[in-house]
Design a protein around this ligand. Sequence first.
Ligand SMILES: Nc1ncnc2c1ncn2[C@@H]1O[C@H](COP(=O)(O)O)[C@@H](OP(=O)(O)O)[C@H]1O
Ligand SMILES: CCc1ccc(OS(=O)(=O)O)cc1
Length: 263
Amino acid sequence: MDSILSEYGENFGRIQGILMYKDFLKYWNDVETFQARPDDIVIATYPKSGTTWISEIVDMIYKEGDAEKCKDAIFNRIPFLECRNEDVLNGNIIYLCRNAKDVAVSYYYFFLMVPIHPNPGTFSEFVEKFMNGHVPYGSWYKHTQSWWEKRKDGQLLFLFYEDMKEDIRKEVIKLIQFLGRKPSESLIDKIVQHTTFQEMKKNPFTNYTMMPNEFMNQKVHSFMRKGISGDWKNHFTVALNEKFDKHYEQQMKGSTLKFKTGI
Ligand SMILES: Nc1ncnc2c1ncn2[C@@H]1O[C@H](COP(=O)(O)O)[C@@H](OP(=O)(O)O)[C@H]1O
Ligand SMILES: CCc1ccc(OS(=O)(=O)O)cc1
């Protein structure tokens, strides 16, 4: 066992070198051999980028804006398909990404509240792990860039959390159109209203309160923590920010993928 893996403990393993929850590895073969149908929709995200938010919006589109039909835990309505062989992926894909600094902040608090994780240490120690990809799902830099390159293949709608924060109506219209539906004002209104941070925070089907405390301890803080862009400014010191930016430039060199780092 390598030193990173031993720090994470028995509930973690590696797949293709990437750190992963062991429970997700059990069915890895099924994940790899999964065949999407052309009318399937796959949502892809790096953790803490707004997976729950985009999932609720997509399900509301499918349920034609009827929130009554969305009354089951979000992870049952939109099940996780963690990782798979992209070559056989012929369904439509929605990729949602979020700037690295806010993801690192959100991930840090996720480590603190979900006891399966090792103690993340100080924020700056955690950021070091994040920069090295020593977190579940591995390197944010590789994840986002590989999906950014795939957008050219078509069938992929690439969205940004920051754009959703800035103008949710615009992004919801893009989603409705991508899913081949008509963006009526009434459908957009219902979705926008139902998926605000405040609504999703109090909705037991999206706020993960259905999970027992032993799995997710919402006494530490709620799963729906802040839901803002730019919270990194409250966590990164000037020195840490400079170090992060330097590393970021190296990792993203040559990439045309650009983020808004705070609205
Ligand atoms: N409706 C919404 N609007 C804005 N942010 C939302 C949201 N629903 C969830 N989020 C935020 O998305 C992050 C969780 O992402 P995921 O679902 O991929 O785990 C959390 O970020 P914060 O920890 O910064 O608050 C959470 O608050
Ligand atoms: C700890 C299990 C778990 C749950 C949810 C995850 O995804 S996300 O952060 O909501 O994107 C990842 C791991």
